[in-house]
Design a protein around this ligand. Structure first.
Ligand SMILES: Nc1nc2c(c(=O)[nH]1)N[C@H]1C(S)=C(S)[C@@H](COP(=O)(O)OP(=O)(O)OC[C@H]3O[C@@H](n4cnc5c(=O)[nH]c(N)nc54)[C@H](O)[C@@H]3O)O[C@H]1N2
Ligand SMILES: Nc1nc2c(c(=O)[nH]1)N[C@H]1C(S)=C(S)[C@@H](COP(=O)(O)OP(=O)(O)OC[C@H]3O[C@@H](n4cnc5c(=O)[nH]c(N)nc54)[C@H](O)[C@@H]3O)O[C@H]1N2
Ligand code: SF4
Ligand SMILES: [Mo]
Length: 741
């Protein structure tokens, strides 16, 4: 028997489950949960099992594709593909300058060490201000709020689920999503344990989600009104003298200013806006303040909305005011083994983050963390003038389905002079590319969750070595080769020599500072210790050595089930990187935006329907619909509508409805259910796989409808530039004649 067992971390979502993969003669036989994984203890979801189907998917690309004279994407060698890129991309740079080349980085890049460590090399080589990513259709508001309050991009407080007595969830459905900005395998088990130990779970969601069904209390909340509700809670804490930050007070700036801003947001004032009774808001605030240990947690429903940054900020203001920030069972700061900005440099203070160092050319929306809002991408491609985007590089992204006003973006992509995609499929986005460069199977590369261990409910480190030889070029080599090309070094630069330079520079950075275990060390000596590793493994080994636990990659290699570094510990003030060395509770930009929220108090709803999204356990944004085991069964892409609204608009269960917004229209089957509140309809995103030129056979047989045809690219949260994907005003009606797309 040649059967072997390997242990790996699942790269598909943020939960970081351990997998036990049986392999026989180069074939994946079985995928199970790793019972000995230090974090997941055997838990896995149906997507983890589908890694076998993903690895074997015949539609997954195994060779570069280049568009031929007839306009078809056809297989090509790597040298041919890079020659085509040189011929197509360099003239755009020459004609239009650096800003003429835009980049879009998609979600799987955050789960991919190659992209995390080498994507930035490509961005630097291009030097364009037109950098876009899935972050501005996702968590950017939380990152902006966290950076303002605590000083770095990922200093996001994480609810200490395993030790809390009271968890208040807004706009998240971890039972379907498996958690986000909350790395925790088996959320159902953890939430059940919370309740079994006498704790309380409260959920605010316009839908009675699977998570809401597990809760002690579920409150329907009108989309986009979480900031109002949270201010109502703050106002109650103030009015009833329940503000009690405890020992944290001495590390806070702006506490009085933040609480004073709640004036006017009394429970009575916000109740009609949120659709939640004032008395309930007061009771919820009292219970939160009275719980021995409590945490408030908000996720995508609180981010991808009109008041995303305000809601994200208020979540942590409430955590501070109730004395729950940075204490066991509250909202705490992880300390990851590698790569975490808030463990680098001088402890306790830093430079903070500057926003708006440049602005988008057409709409003037500000940069955040070096990128521009993806809602601006279409207009930057369409609008002539200096700095017009004429070429695009996508890396593991499907903006044609995942970003607002897909119809407009689709046409804009088609109008580009040149487009390159690094991707594993020809899909709705990459079908527009002139060259598609595949990445290897996820099982054929090393994996370490550099990003998600910074957002984890426990400190954990787990390395997965590659299970197979890569069938195609590893992505880090592709990224470096592209970087060298745009840097003017030709289409076949020496990637290994480039990587040596990058490693040396990374070591120099670590040894140059006055803090950290490598500070003051000799560069050559450290480089020697990293030998013979190259590529992402070398950079990861370096980051582990520079990290807070005295670990090396060899230590992780010796621990195939992971290393448990223990529960979260209080980290204030050491983790702060604000210039003041304090938690900034009233950052100027956020304070200024409160007026916009105040103005919305008097807005009338007038029977207008609004659209929200939802996630399904067997799905993953737009890209796992080509796997038969995940898409079989009843169609997942339906519109949930409350029975009263169904009656009001003449909608019939199982029949198609037409949904129309300021941006466009889609037809989608109706599912009548009282799990969605009246006045709200819900359609999942990531569907609409009927585009001509896509090469995903299974997905095309289960196309669904693209809800982002309805999202309006002109609507963004002003502080973060994040798209408004929840609370979109729509009209709904039965379909009487076929749609004209
Ligand atoms: N209406 C609405 N829209 C939304 C959301 C919503 O809730 N509602 N959610 C938003 C959120 S949170 C996100 S994160 C975005 C996601 O937005 P995107 O990241 O743009 O979209 P994905 O669907 O994740 O597409 C991932 C792409 O990566 C490719 N891919 C997968 N694995 C690999 C790999 O290993 N290497 C490479 N090179 N490519 C790979 C896939 O083929 C696919 O093309 O969507 C957003 N859009
Ligand atoms: N199975 C599966 N898992 C995934 C993904 C997937 O597509 N499928 N995507 C992954 C990604 S990229 C991300 S970012 C995470 C997201 O993870 P989560 O944030 O947990 O995302 P959802 O499951 O969409 O839950 C969001 C909830 O917010 C509610 N909501 C909508 N608008 C509002 C509002 O205005 N206020 C409030 N309070 N609630 C609102 C929705 O009804 C929904 O139940 O999931 C990740 N995991
Ligand atoms: S929960 Fe996430 S990490 Fe765990 S098996 Fe499912 S997709 Fe993979
Ligand atoms: Mo996301």
């Amino acid at each position: 028997m040649s059967e072997q067992t390997a242990f790996r971390t699942c790269p598909l979502c943020e939960a970081t489950c351990g997998l036990e993969i049986t392999v026989d003669d180069g074939e994946v036989v079985k995928v199970r949960g790793d019972a000995d994984d230090v974090f997941s203890h055997g838990f896995l979801c149906p997507k983890g099992v589908s890694l076998k189907a993903l690895h074997e998917d015949p539609d997954r690309l195994r060779t570069p594709l280049v568009r031929n004279a007839a306009g078809e994407l056809e297989p090509a060698s790597w040298d041919e593909a890079f020659a085509a890129i040189e011929a197509g991309l360099l003239p755009v740079l020459e004609r239009g300058g650096r800003n003429a080349v835009a980049t879009y980085i998609g979600n799987p890049s955050a789960h991919n060490l190659d992209a995390l460590l080498y994507g930035r090399v490509l961005l630097k080589a291009i030097g364009s201000q037109n950098v876009f990513s899935a972050s501005t259709v996702d968590q950017m508001p939380k990152q902006v709020a966290a950076a303002e309050m605590f000083g770095t991009i990922l200093s996001v407080p994480i609810p200490d689920i395993d030790r809390t007595d009271h968890l208040l969830i807004l706009g998240a459905n971890p039972l379907a999503s498996n958690g986000s900005l909350l790395t925790a395998p088996d959320m159902r088990g953890r939430l059940r344990a919370l309740r079994a130990r006498g704790g309380k779970l409260v959920v605010f969601d316009p839908r009675r989600s699977r998570t809401a069904e597990e809760a002690d209390e579920h409150h329907f909340i009108r989309p986009g009104t979480d900031a109002h509700l949270l201010f109502g809670i703050v106002a109650t804490l103030v009015e009833e003298d329940l503000v009690a930050p405890g020992p944290l007070a001495e590390h806070c700036a702006g506490l009085d200013e933040a609480t004073a801003l709640s004036a006017g947001f009394t429970p009575e004032a916000v109740a009609p806006v949120c659709g939640i009774e004032a008395g309930e808001i007061r009771r919820i605030a009292r219970e939160l303040a009275g719980a021995p240990r409590a945490a408030v947690y908000g996720r995508i429903g609180t981010c991808t909305q009109e008041f995303g940054t305000l809601a994200s900020w208020l979540v942590d203001v409430v955590n501070v005011l109730t004395g729950n920030l940075d204490r066991e069972g509250g909202a705490m700061f992880p300390m990851a083994a590698a790569g975490q900005p808030n463990t680098r440099g001088e402890p306790g203070r830093g430079r903070g983050v500057q926003f708006g160092r440049w602005a988008s050319r057409v709409r003037g929306l500000g940069e955040t963390f070096g990128e521009l809002p993806v809602s601006c991408l279409s207009e930057e491609i369409e609008t002539p003038g200096e700095g017009q985007v004429r070429a695009l590089i996508t890396i593991a992204g499907n903006p044609a389905l995942s970003t607002p006003n897909s119809a407009r973006l689709g046409a804009a992509l088609q109008s580009l002079d040149f487009m390159v995609s690094i991707d594993i499929y020809v899909n709705e986005t990459t079908r527009h590319a002139d060259v598609v460069l595949p990445g290897p199977s996820t099982l054929a590369r090393g994996h370490y969750d550099l990003a998600f261990y910074q957002l984890s409910i426990r400190n954990v480190a787990n390395w997965s070595p590659p299970l197979f030889e890569p069938e195609v070029e590893p992505e880090w080599r592709t990224l470096l080769r592209l970087a060298a090309l745009v840097a003017g070094q030709g289409s076949d630069a020496d990637v290994d020599a480039f990587d040596e330079l990058i490693a040396a520079e990374a070591v120099r950075r670590e040894t140059a500072g006055s803090h950290g275990p490598l500070a003051g060390r000799d560069v050559a000596a450290v480089l020697g210790e990293l030998e013979p590793r190259v590529g992402p493994e070398r950079l990861l080994d370096l980051q582990l050595r520079a990290g807070p636990y005295d670990l090396t990659l060899a230590d992780l290699e010796a621990a195939p089930h992971g290393i448990d570094l223990g529960p979260l510990q209080p980290r204030v003030p050491e983790m702060l990187r604000t210039p003041s060395g304090r938690i900034e509770l009233a950052p100027a930009a956020i304070v200024a935006d409160v007026e916009r929220l105040r103005a919305s108090l008097s807005r009338h709803v007038n029977g207008q329907m609004v659209l929200v999204g939802r996630r399904h356990l067997r799905s993953n944004n737009s890209w796992m619909h080509n796997l038969e085991p995940l898409v079989r069964g009843p169609a997942a892409c339906t519109m949930h509508v409350h029975p009263e609204d169904a009656e009001r608009f003449g909608l019939i269960d199982g029949e198609p409805a037409r949904v129309t917004s300021a941006a466009g229209a889609v037809d989608v089957p109706v599912e009548v259910t009282d799990a969605v509140m009246a006045g709200v309809v819900s359609i999942p995103h990531g569907w609409g796989h009927d585009a001509e030129g896509s090469r995903m056979g299974v997905a095309a047989a289960h196309p669904g409808s693209n809800s982002n045809l309805l999202a309006d690219e002109s609507q963004v949260d002003p502080l973060s530039g994040n798209a408004v994907l929840n609370g979109i005003p729509v009209e709904v009606a039965p379909v009487r004649e076929p749609a004209t797309a």
